[in-house]
Design a protein around this ligand. Structure first.
Ligand SMILES: [Zn+2]
Length: 230
């Protein structure tokens, strides 16, 4: 039984979604991506990709023209915001945070590749603000499997980028809790605590379940995807 880690609330609202486990193979391989799309019943031609750059650029897909443009060019960006029906998008990660966000009626759904640089650049908060600007109410968020505070060790040179409340000092080492960092950003935008769901899986910890750049220095990646049916 291969694993796809999905948010059931989002699924029940008409957005097929998930993050693939390692058992699907590296998502750098297109054939492996297509095997996932076949399993969840999504047309691969509807799925958009971009060249991820650890920035905070958000690409909006509202119109047919937006879709065609994104389909025909490999944009440099890290986040999608989709209102167009029958549209999907993917991001690839190997420790970074797959960040999902949507409004209660799923008029808009967002998916971001948020590594620590994206988190520090407040990409999750930016996404929440954009969903609000589109009229989103009762906004929900979901964090897919990523490196957690048990394994995300940082050095003195970067720790100053994070909130003191997300930094854990233990045995002479420094760890950062990216979930806590994202939660603070989302609460600041007015999301309700109970609407922010975070997983219990650490990509670095669970070698049999996920690829991890930190652990293996691999280029292999897991894939997160959304597909908005209507
Ligand atoms: Zn861990």
């Amino acid at each position: 039984m291969k694993n796809i880690f999905a948010d059931e609330r989002l699924l029940s609202l008409g957005v097929v979604n998930g993050t693939t486990g390692r058992d699907f193979g590296s998502m750098r391989v297109f054939e492996n991506q297509n095997a996932v799309f076949a399993k969840v019943g999504v047309n691969p031609a509807a799925m958009l990709r971009f060249h991820q750059v650890h920035g905070d650029r958000v690409v909006e897909i509202n119109t047919d023209a937006d879709f065609e443009n994104a389909k025909n060019s490999l944009l440099n960006a890290d986040a999608w915001l989709i209102t167009r029906p029958a549209t999907g998008a993917v991001i690839l990660t190997a420790d970074c945070v797959p960040f999902y966000i949507w409004d209660g009626e799923v008029k808009v759904v967002g998916l971001a590749h948020a590594g620590w640089r994206g988190v520090v650049a407040k990409l999750p908060q930016k996404m929440a603000r954009l969903v609000k600007e589109k009229g989103g109410k009762d906004i929900c968020a979901f964090l897919g499997p990523h490196i957690q505070d048990c394994c995300f060790e940082v050095k003195d040179d970067v720790v100053g980028n994070f909130l003191p409340s997300s930094v854990i000092r233990k045995d002479g080492k420094i760890f950062v809790d990216l979930r806590a960092e994202v939660r603070v950003q989302l609460l600041a935008e007015g999301l309700q605590q109970e609407n922010i769901h975070t997983p219990c899986f650490c990509t670095c910890h669970n070698k049999d379940m996920f690829f991890s750049y930190r652990r293996d220095h691999t280029k292999d990646a897991i894939m997160s995807f959304v597909y908005k049916i209507n």
